[in-house]
Design a protein around this ligand. Structure first.
Ligand code: FE
Length: 471
């Protein structure tokens, strides 16, 4: 086990940090206020090879793993989560092609993404569905070799500026996940229309808009996944990109913490900087430890993906945990700044607004918890025996502490097993040992459980005798 980044990863981290500070940070406030898409910044990121990190080398890409991607993402999100979302959206849009595309499609699309400044978006959500991917309504009708798309996609990042969109649609909404297919749709196709930039609470620099598809013809060479295979492709895409949302959240929270430390060192109250007060120190300690934990979960989810291990659960943990950390840290940052945190001249107000989206997009925090609880309650392999099968050792008399019982136990020469075994109360966990009996309840040492009269109840919780189970 090794928690250190490799030399190459550290170099990439440094490069991304320099880009974030030089190109993203100075314009973050501007694009947020203007509610506008930072095309120039995205283009520079492409020139610096910070876009399309996951494209394999055989298609001219960098062939980075998810670990490298999330190291970059954290740095850019630390400068502006909204711009980071727009930069990373190309990874999300291209991922279905990387995972599900055939050789020709990969050659055509991925090579173009690398060689020309090209944006590709990802579209599953619709006005009436988001996390419920199987509930999509956008129709794909087969006509000869082609598919004809009709419907509206919503919340589509970068759609207003994208050259391509990975569109998920269904041949029959009744079929739910079994009807979903996926297509590569160039945005200049006839019948594709994108809506206006949706004004958001935060991450306002990232372009989010609707995509209206009216009789859009998709030739067979642009079919990414046939009906029935699109749902799995969408899920595989999310598993590969979800750890990145954790990294966005870590970057956002990290900046909020760093600015809080800076402010607490300067701001004075009652004659000294507020960093000297325990109330502030405790908040900063919580921020620091939670960010560390969120980053470790995120690294683990990315590492698993790179090792080819199913990271469905770890990425759900990373995304849900890191998103909550970002929301919590940015909220506390505003508290440390006091009134200055609530106004737009300092950056924490923006980070707070930006952070809220992490709990919503790419599967809400509630959906992540459903995924996690389903695993924890049904599949997770326990280390301990079942609660109701807990072993109970026969302790020798010398070790027994209760003198009165010791005396009476001497008369019982048989072991618990020879006396029919011990029984556990399934309500409170109390164990009836026939060697000890239950003298307080009038049951003599040496009494088999089966010989206890029916009226007897559990001496701890009062449960009836039939509530006991042999152990
Ligand atoms: Fe009991």
């Amino acid at each position: 086990m090794n928690f250190e980044l490799t030399a190459k990863q550290k170099e990439l981290q440094q490069k991304a940090r320099e880009f974030a500070i030089k190109e993203v940070l100075p314009v973050a406030r501007y694009y947020d206020e203007k509610n506008d898409f930072p095309m120039e910044v995205i283009k520079k990121a492409w020139e610096e090879k910070l876009l399309n990190l996951a494209i394999p080398q055989e298609y001219g890409g960098l062939g980075y793993g998810l670990m490298e991607s999330i190291v970059v993402v954290e740095e850019i999100a630390a400068a502006c989560p909204g711009i980071a979302t727009s930069i990373f959206d190309n990874n999300l849009g291209a991922e279905p092609v990387i995972i599900g595309g055939n050789k020709e499609q990969k050659q055509r699309i991925l090579t173009e993404l690398v060689n020309e400044f090209t944006l590709i978006a990802f579209a599953t959500s619709e006005p009436g569905m988001g996390s419920d991917v199987a509930g999509m309504q956008c129709l794909a009708e087969k006509e000869g070799d082609e598919y004809i798309l009709n419907g509206t996609k919503y919340w589509i990042t970068n759609a207003g500026y994208a050259d391509y969109i990975s569109v998920f649609a269904t041949v029959d909404p009744e079929k739910r996940h079994k009807g979903i297919a996926a297509f590569i749709v160039p945005t200049d196709s006839e019948g594709v229309k994108t809506g206006a930039h949706i004004p958001k609470l935060g991450q306002r620099a990232s372009n989010t808009c609707s995509v209206i598809l009216k009789d859009v013809r998709v030739p067979k060479e642009n079919v990414l996944a046939k009906p029935g295979f699109g749902f799995v492709l969408a899920m595989q895409t999310f598993a590969a990109t979800r750890p990145a949302i954790g990294a966005f959240a870590v970057g956002c929270a990290r900046s909020a913490m760093e600015y809080s430390i800076d402010y607490a060192n300067e701001r004075e109250a009652f004659g000294r900087p507020i960093v000297n007060y325990q109330a502030i120190q405790q908040k900063i300690a919580d921020m620091y430890k939670n960010i560390q934990a969120a980053r470790l979960l995120t690294y683990k989810a990315a590492w698993e993906a790179d090792q080819g291990i199913d990271n469905n659960i770890s990425s759900a943990c990373a995304k849900a945990f890191a998103s909550d950390v970002a929301m919590n840290v940015t909220t506390e940052a505003i508290q440390i700044f006091g009134g200055y945190g609530y106004i737009r001249t300092y950056p924490v107000e923006k980070l707070f607004r930006d952070a809220k989206l992490f709990q919503i997009y790419e599967g809400t925090s509630e959906i992540q918890r459903i995924v996690i609880s389903r695993f924890a309650t049904k599949q997770y392999e326990h280390g301990m025996p079942n609660l109701y099968d807990l072993p109970s050792a026969d302790i020798s008399e010398e070790q027994e502490g209760i003198d009165a019982q010791k005396e009476s136990q001497k008369k019982v020469k048989k072991t618990s097993a020879e006396l029919g075994g011990k029984y556990r109360c399934t309500v409170c966990g109390y164990v009836y040992d026939p060697v000890k009996g239950d003298p307080d309840g009038g049951i003599d040492p040496g009494t088999r459980f089966s010989d206890i009269p029916d009226g007897w109840v559990c001496p701890v919780c009062g449960a009836a005798k039939d509530q006991f189970q042999k152990i």
